[in-house]
Design a protein around this ligand. Structure first.
Ligand code: GEK
Length: 269
């Protein structure tokens, strides 16, 4: 599928939110920012850039059903347009819990605040996740966010999350990763580029975005993630998803399992 065809289809269908941020040659590729331009096309950008993004969201909905506890808090850290929070709110509609969705991009949070009021009880906050307090949490989501923090600040944030979780609480951590093995690393980069082309991105878009993200998104490898999660205290760490160079972990703080557990799991569609 060529990009030209996609652009034509979009114009014909009247869709104006297609990601074309890097489609024209740029004289200077600036560092990537979550600004208004990006926020206006973010839904399309992330679903065409992250293999399995929709599945990751559905998994977060499932975890909410299984792990969100009554009288607890749920934190969605780096919530962007709030897709994960909206799913969690749907899944935990019958549970007395507070959902706190945080992003430090004003453009993202402004758009979150446009979600219909009254249908979801979500506190949208424009804050830096490194500066917030976390307490009484039964679920914390870091869906593709940790990779944007300076590496040295990742351990302290995970420690704060672990300390703020109730027994039996969970962290969902999804990230782009690199691989220890050079050959695997190159192979996955090649496959990921192929994936982006099948999603309608041109070679120019792929290379300009890669340059823009160069010092902004700094991926760790799986060993670093697993070690860090164990170091802060998570007794159970499971890699529940991998799509090329994207992985998602479910990390559980020891404690009792919610009484109405796996057998009753239902996902609203
Ligand atoms: C989703 N989780 O759709 N404080 C707060 N927010 C931050 C910080 C910070 N220090 N650093 C980055 N962000 C979402 C997708 S996107 C992933 C997450 C991506 C925010 C940033 O503004 C952006 O909205 C988000 O983290 C990362 O499930 O674009 O690949």
């Amino acid at each position: 599928m060529s990009t030209d065809n996609n652009n034509r289809d979009d114009k014909q269908s009247g869709r104006e939110d297609r990601d074309q941020v890097f489609s024209k040659p740029l004289s200077e590729v600036k560092a990537f920012e979550f600004n208004e331009t990006v926020a206006s096309v973010f839904q399309d950008m992330i679903s065409r850039s992250v293999p399995g993004y929709d599945l990751l969201l559905r998994m977060i909905g499932l975890y909410a059903d299984l792990f969100v506890q009554a009288n607890s808090r749920v934190y969605d850290l780096g919530c962007s347009l709030g897709e994960a929070s909206l799913l969690i709110a749907d899944q935990s509609a019958n549970i007395d819990c507070d959902i706190i969705a945080i992003d430090n991009s004003p453009a993202m949070i402004d758009k979150c605040r446009l979600h219909p009021l009254g249908t979801h009880n979500i506190d949208w906050r424009c804050e830096d996740i490194r500066l917030i307090d976390i307490h009484d949490a039964s679920m914390v989501v870091l869906n593709l966010t940790l990779q944007f923090l300076p590496p040295i600040e990742r351990g302290p944030l995970l420690q704060k999350i672990f300390d703020g979780l109730k027994p039996g609480g969970i962290l969902v951590l999804s990230e782009k990763v690199v691989f220890h093995d050079n050959h695997e690393n190159e192979r996955m980069a090649e496959l990921y580029k192929g994936f982006k082309k099948t999603m309608g991105y041109s070679d120019l878009e792929i290379s300009q975005k890669r340059n823009a993200l160069e010092h902004v998104l700094i991926p760790d490898n799986q060993q670093q993630h697993e070690q860090r999660l164990q170091n802060v205290g998570f007794a159970e760490v499971y890699q529940c998803f991998r799509g090329f160079n994207f992985v998602s972990y479910l990390a559980i703080k020891s404690g009792p399992i919610k009484s109405d557990s796996i057998e009753s799991a239902t996902i609203k569609t």
